[in-house]
Design a protein around this ligand. Structure first.
Ligand code: SF4
Length: 409
């Protein structure tokens, strides 16, 4: 995979050495067992895959290069670059201004933009309306575009499905930048509706079968369907695409549910289902798949707790938390500062989105076994800092070294 030039402060020599070792030993990425870091009184199991993905590194490289090459110019980011507080703060410190918040609320009047401004499009991509607005102002939407190729792949998949006459159901968080961008691109080609979860999917299915009156759709799915959506006609032939960072099992269940609904309602068979349900595999990206599979591999190790590190509005990180929570006590933090001391941690509840202060999160036992992973937008340096902070509580910070990685454990 291409090597990117990202600020060295985001790297960790320890984590880089671990990743390189695992890569060399498993070139085909078939081994999803965690890496064992034996610090003595603490035993850490790091997921096989975690941290910066292709799209994030690409976006960071372009953003910092743009800043370096354009001194004196006004540089804006359409919204957060990626969902990581440290990276976004670093960009703000370097003089970049955010035009919108993560929900699309305008922070800087778009009228104030001029053709001399530089607008960086984030890794999530953007809507066609925003592209048109920038083009109208004479601002390039190509030169500083960091849209991840794996997001563009979903847009291409949507277009292919649309060309065959299917409407699109997007499984994604309706307010997430990527889902809004995908919705915009898909709905340019075909009627499109967004479902957030299985609950909404079941409601949507009731409009396919006619169980609910059509007019209620427009209230139930307010803000989630494309202009002119005809609930009778446009749900008769559908295909599903996903936000790239969804939980694989959710995405599969949603797709299967809709497929079975159509199959039963129209009395189709395995041979004829494709006439009304597009034969798609999920459109999760490789990083989402690798990181979720690696967490499943990590969870096969018995441990006392797990820690997931990532931005609190990071979709892919939240899903890693969701997976870990099914097996053991799990704490979701966005950096080492959340580890207040050996007794207290500030953790984000991924489902209620509340910050909670938890006491006695580190059980009093030796050795203490921890599972650790991080989201696709989390710098490895943050992971190392978290490990060091925990080790520091036990006065074994000096043990955090590659020599204590148990190779071939
Ligand atoms: S998580 Fe996937 S889609 Fe998102 S930026 Fe990374 S590689 Fe691209």
């Amino acid at each position: 995979m291409k090597q990117f030039n990202v600020p060295s402060g985001y790297r960790s020599s320890l984590i880089s050495a671990i990743k390189q070792h695992r890569k060399d030993a498993d070139k085909l990425k078939k081994d999803f067992t965690p890496t064992f870091l034996d610090l003595g009184s603490i035993q850490i199991y790091l997921a096989r895959h975690f941290g910066f993905c292709y799209g994030v590194e690409n976006a960071i490289e372009i953003a910092f290069k743009t800043i370096d090459e354009n001194p004196g110019k006004r540089i804006f980011l359409l919204s957060e670059m990626i969902h990581n507080p440290q990276v976004n703060q670093d960009l703000l410190t370097r003089g970049v201004t955010f035009l919108q918040d993560t929900n699309g609320k305008t922070l800087i009047p778009l009228d104030s933009l001029t053709k001399d401004d530089i607008i960086i499009i984030p890794a999530f991509g953007t809507t066609l309306d925003m592209e048109a607005l920038l083009t109208e102002k004479g601002i390039s939407t190509e030169k500083y575009n960091t849209t991840c190729p794996f997001v563009e792949k979903v847009w291409n998949r949507s277009e292919q499905i649309a060309q065959k006459g299917y409407s699109i159901v997007v499984h994604g968080k309706p307010k997430h930048e990527e889902t809004r961008a995908t919705f915009s691109h898909a709905s340019y080609h075909t009627p499109t509706v967004v479902v957030n979860d299985m609950e909404e999917t079941k409601e949507l299915a009731k409009y396919i079968t006619g169980e609910k009156p059509a007019n209620e759709f427009y209230t139930d799915f307010k803000g989630q369907y494309s202009s002119g959506f005809d609930v009778i006609k446009d749900l008769a032939q559908i295909g599903v695409v996903n936000q790239t960072t969804q939980l694989a099992s959710d995405t599969q269940a949603i797709s299967e549910y809709l497929k079975e609904t159509i199959k039963t309602h129209y009395q189709l068979t395995d041979e004829t289902i494709a006439t009304r349900f597009a034969d798609t595999r999920d459109t999760l990206c490789y990083a989402t798949s690798d990181n979720q599979t690696a967490v499943k591999g990590m969870l096969e190790t018995e441990a006392d707790l797990s820690i997931v590190i990532g931005g609190y509005n990071s979709s892919n990180s939240s899903h890693l938390v969701e997976l870990c929570e099914q097996k053991l006590p799990t704490y979701f933090i966005d950096g080492p500062d959340r580890l207040i001391n050996k007794e207290t941690i500030e953790h984000r509840n991924w489902s209620t989105k509340e910050l909670q202060t938890i006491t006695t999160y580190l059980p009093n036992k030796t050795p203490l076994k921890l599972l650790i992973t991080s989201g696709a937008s989390c710098p490895d340096a943050v992971v190392e800092a978290v490990i060091k902070k925990i080790a520091g509580f036990y006065n074994i910070e000096d043990q955090v070294d590659f020599k204590n990685v148990v190779l071939n454990a």
